[in-house]
Design a protein around this ligand. Structure first.
Ligand code: MN
Ligand code: MN
Length: 288
């Protein structure tokens, strides 16, 4: 339990620091790397690459190693940060608009949905009741929850474990139990309320521990197993360690079904998207 609180504390500080970096003309790559470095400075490890997802991209966008994108005035930024301490994961996200407040209500909708969900969380509450609370709150603002994205349990070296915490009433009557560690993450949109699979993100995860005969790929694979275990990692981190040639090895490992790559997740009608996320220990409260 101790490590979860430590992880949560670092996660919270990293989020607060991240907010100060979101400014017009800031490079996405700098934002992600500075937050990742801050996490390590504070004594944590990244549970996944920092995601900086813009506008209609709801999630899973981390800068590439040579990314030259910058923030522009009016961008709606979802900053999603994960920390682990000895494998104990905490997950948090926040939405910040760059220099404007056109989407203030959209951001408020996901924040208030998160707050309202937190208010009812205790042992015995049904998953569908949390989803319903999120849905009602977002709809009250005239927006839609993204129903094919959801909160989740976290586990040792695992960012997404059971249960799924829905962003709508999904009829799941499973009850929360004392000491479950869960991340609640409402997404609100002025679009359709669904995401689809977009471009490859450069974020990967080990899915099959079988080996490969290719020397370079084998070296990288053993690094991945040792350093990230079953947690997501990204091309940028691997290139930092092994040089740009490592891209070929990642491709090979992906083709062999040893690692899988995530895609970025755009809203299906290119609607604007906001997100708010915190991790909570049921019966104990929010940790980040
Ligand atoms: Mn997250
Ligand atoms: Mn999450």
């Amino acid at each position: 339990m101790e490590d979860y609180f430590k992880s949560g504390e670092i996660c919270k500080k990293a989020r607060e620091y991240g907010i100060t970096l979101i400014k017009e003309k800031a490079k996405l790559l700098d934002i992600a790397e500075k937050i990742e470095n801050k996490i390590m400075e504070l004594g944590g490890e990244c549970a996944f690459p920092v995601d900086v997802s813009l506008n209609h991209i709801a999630a899973h966008d981390t800068p590439k190693f040579n990314d030259d994108r910058i923030l522009n005035k009016g961008d709606v930024v979802k900053l999603d940060i994960g920390v682990h301490v000895n494998g104990k994961v905490s997950d948090t996200a926040i939405t910040v608009e760059v220099g404007t407040n056109k989407y203030e209500r959209l951001t408020k909708a996901s924040e208030e949905a998160l707050d309202n969900a937190m208010k009812i969380i205790k042992p015995g509450v049904k998953l569908r009741e949390i989803g319903s609370e999120i849905q009602k709150t977002i709809q009250k603002y005239g927006f839609s929850p993204i129903i094919n994205l959801s909160g989740h349990g976290v586990d040792e070296y695992e960012v997404h474990s059971k249960p799924i915490i829905p962003n709508c009433d999904n009829n799941d009557s499973t009850e929360l139990k004392e000491n479950m560690v869960i991340a609640i993450e409402p997404f609100a949109t002025d679009g359709e309320g669904k995401v689809t699979e977009g471009k490859p993100s450069g974020i990967y995860e080990l899915i099959n521990e079988k080996n490969t005969r290719n020397n370079n790929a084998r070296k990288i694979l053993s690094f991945i197993k040792e350093k990230y275990k079953t947690l997501p990692f990204c091309e940028r981190w691997i290139i930092k360690e092994f040089g740009v040639g490592a891209k070929l090895s990642l491709l090979l490992l992906e083709r062999k079904g040893i690692i899988k790559q995530f895609n970025v997740l755009p809203e299906i009608k290119k609607g604007q998207v906001s997100q708010a996320e915190r991790t909570v220990i049921v019966g104990k409260g929010v940790i980040n």
